[in-house]
Design a protein around this ligand. Structure first.
Ligand code: ADP
Ligand code: SF4
Length: 674
């Protein structure tokens, strides 16, 4: 396939994107307090060939207040300086820069800045767990808001942006809140009929174009279809009506689905290109260029989107995080080198926890400035050494690849028949096949290198290792699920578990299961519910018991929890949150409420699966004779996310040959004014 089409320039109003790769606005956890990391994270994308690179949602004034989330600020002249640095750096790399400005309206919390939350009507905020209600905006508020937008457009010109977005996507924009009949209960000229509800959006957009004065492009980010929330805006209803009504006003349409949890659907639920059925009408309604997302990592899928007239520009948030060099790799015909996003949303979870992005596939993201890491280039070895890596899970493979790229001679020994460690096993579980990319990318890269030897079916003992005489050993032997009942809420064993319970390792090894199945999930991420689905598909009755008050707690952060719970419910899995296991006697699990400790009716099982803590596999490491130079990495160091194992492998390899004092660890520095 010829991919030249992807490298054609695209005119966007007064500016021209050098190619069709468009890194759309995405939350990145840096916040304005970490401008250096934020600038370099984006500059890396421009270096990697993304023709347009966007800043995340930036609040136009302090009245837009998503307290405690690391959102960008664009309130006044003070913010211009760091944004100007970003646009300079992107321009120097030949990329266009874009900023997404917005007011978060009903999504605000109003706690950080002390202004009332503003909305079209006096409703609760869209975070029902936060006891805040908003002020219905009066005419003066609407005038002030329009002025704030104008001022922000002016600042975006001062900062040197090429494109400024008027944000009306998801359910996080005040323009969206005015548009939706669910949130807009007004009876004046800004409420009621479609034209009235659209009025503020239209005014802001027209004034943005007026302020832009043809010097910069104005884009709109608009969610044409609600897949979660009240579902009042749909692509065959008012979502389409909006695009028709405003069709030619913006210079660029960036279209997606709402809410953010559906826009950033994970690979468990949504395949590549999943938004097409909702957004494909847009190009039939406007002559302006259209950009959209869909976790695109396949150049064939990208070309197909353009050839079939679905999109003009290929939007990428997660694909540009997982591989900032995706465009350059396509241009150079290095398709096999693309580090494809696995659709796990650890990146989103980082932002939700106010952390600079972490990524399962790209351990260097957010470390471009802080540690000086580059996603493609590894500094050359000071002196070539022979490194032995024991274990080929995510930590071992990443360490081996990074060491090999530095120029060391690398031997990888894996006791199993296949490479990949936990990823090789877990990617066979329901919905997790894309996670196999963590292994596939690294293994393929290692296989291309002449300084790497890979051995499967190679169980190494401590004496084997001593006899091997490598200069250094990286021990990546992973971890094993415990069965004694300890977990994230209980550090003590549970009576009867050790003799009775099965573990995820047993299930993945294919041990026979007898129903009914109880899964006691004291891990609270994916393993519990993914095994529940596997058991259901194999014909068993399943009950998932969680000592926490909700199911799969961490999936709140990966934006998956509502869909996880719905999927379990639809599959017929019995859900028992707020329930802890007291003991296991025979084939009965004795349980009680977690909060009051009130005993509940015991549950009978054919198989009890315990998902709790993991034991780091340290036997080999502890048995290494003195004199064997070694580093422990990955789950053997500290069991955790696959992302953490990859990161650990990368970090150990990058720090090999350096003393702690030599390692870069830049800190962002708040300025002291008093
Ligand atoms: P991590 O997540 O830290 O990369 P994994 O559990 O995914 O860890 O992978 C650890 C790998 O190490 C497994 O594939 C396991 O078979 C392998 N392994 C463990 N002990 C040895 C050993 N003594 N010799 C060779 N391979 C080993
Ligand atoms: Fe993709 Fe996961 Fe990386 Fe996010 S964390 S960019 S979803 S691989």
């Amino acid at each position: 396939m010829n991919y030249d089409l992807l490298f054609e320039p695209v005119k966007i109003g007064p500016v021209t994107a050098p190619n069709r790769f468009f890194s759309v606005p995405h939350a990145n956890g840096h916040s304005p307090l970490m401008p250096n990391g934020s600038v370099m994270m984006r500059e890396m994308k421009a270096e990697g060939g993304w023709g347009t690179v966007s800043m995340q949602l930036a609040e136009i004034d302090p009245g837009s207040d998503i307290s405690n989330l690391p959102i960008e600020k664009f309130w006044d002249e003070q913010d211009v300086k760091s944004h100007a640095r970003l646009t300079e750096r992107l321009r120097a790399r030949g990329a266009l820069s874009a900023i997404e400005i917005g007011h978060t309206g009903l999504r605000s919390r109003g706690m950080a800045n002390g202004f009332p939350v503003l909305g079209p009507s006096n409703l609760s905020t869209l975070k029902p767990g936060i006891p805040v209600q908003c002020k219905a905006m009066d005419k003066a508020d609407i005038r002030d808001l329009r002025k704030s937008y104008r001022d922000a457009i002016r600042r975006s010109k001062q900062a040197g942006y090429d494109i400024t977005y008027v944000y009306a996507a998801h359910d996080a924009s005040i323009l969206w809140h005015f548009l939706s009949p669910v949130y807009n209960r007004r009876t004046d000229e800004y409420g009621g009929s479609f034209e009235n509800r659209l009025r503020l959006f239209r005014e802001v957009l027209e004034e943005a174009q007026d302020e832009a004065a043809g010097e910069i492009a104005i884009a709109v980010r608009f969610a044409v279809h609600e897949l979660s929330g009240p579902k009042a805006i749909t692509c065959d209803g008012e979502g389409r009506d909006v695009v028709e009504a405003l069709a030619e006003i913006p210079d660029l349409w960036d279209v997606n689905v709402s809410g953010w949890n559906r826009d950033s659907g994970t690979s468990r639920f949504d395949p590549e290109g999943f938004q097409e059925e909702f957004t494909s009408f847009v190009k039939t309604v406007t002559t302006k260029p259209v950009v959209g997302v869909g976790r695109f990592t396949s150049p064939d899928a990208m070309v197909s989107q353009i050839r079939r007239g679905v999109l003009d520009l290929i939007g990428g948030a997660r694909p540009s995080i997982a591989d900032p060099f995706l465009p350059n790799k396509i241009r150079e015909g290095r398709i096999e080198d693309i580090r494809e996003c696995i659709g796990c949303n650890i990146c989103a979870a980082s932002d939700a926890n106010s952390l600079p992005l972490r990524c399962t596939q790209n351990p260097t993201v957010s470390e471009e400035w802080r540690r000086g890491w580059h996603p493609e280039n590894v500094p050359a070895a000071r002196s070539q050494k022979h490194a032995l890596v024991v274990g080929s899970g995510p930590a071992g493979l990443e360490a081996a690849l990074t060491l090999a790229r530095a120029g060391h001679r690398v031997t990888v020994a894996e006791k199993a028949d296949v490479f990949g460690g936990r990823v090789a096993r877990e990617c066979l579980l329901p919905g997790l096949s894309a996670w196999g990319r963590v292994r596939d990318y690294r293994l393929y890269q290692l296989q291309q290198l002449s300084n790497v030897d890979l051995y499967a079916q190679s169980l190494l003992t401590a004496s084997d290792i001593a006899a091997f005489e490598a200069d250094h050993v990286f021990v990546a032997t992973g971890s094993t699920w415990e069965r004694q009942g300890r977990g994230h809420t209980s550090y003590e064993p549970i009576a009867g578990f050790q003799d009775t319970a099965m573990t995820p390792d047993d299930v993945m090894a294919g041990k026979p299961i007898a129903g009914p199945v109880i899964i006691y999930d004291d891990d609270h991420y994916y393993m519990g519910h993914v095994l529940a689905l596997k058991m259901v598909r194999e014909g068993h009755a399943v009950t998932l018991v969680s000592p926490l008050s909700d199911i799969a707690t961490w999936t709140n952060y990966t934006l998956e929890q509502p869909r996880v719970v719905a999927e379990l419910h639809q599959a017929g899995v019995g859900l028992m949150p707020n329930t802890f296991a007291q003991k296991c006697s025979g084939n009965r699990l004795e349980i009680a409420r977690s909060d009051t400790k009130e005993e509940l009716q015991s549950l009978a099982f054919g198989t009890l699966i315990h998902i709790g803590l993991r034991d780091p596999d340290l036997a080999l490491y502890n048995a290494l004779p003195e004199g064997v130079s070694s580093t422990l990495i990955g789950d053997a160091l500290a069991p955790g996310l696959i992302q953490a194992a990859v990161f650990s492998g990368h970090k150990a390899a990058m720090e090999f040959e350096t003393a702690p004092g030599e390692r870069v660890h830049n800190r962002e520095a708040p300025i002291l004014f008093v």
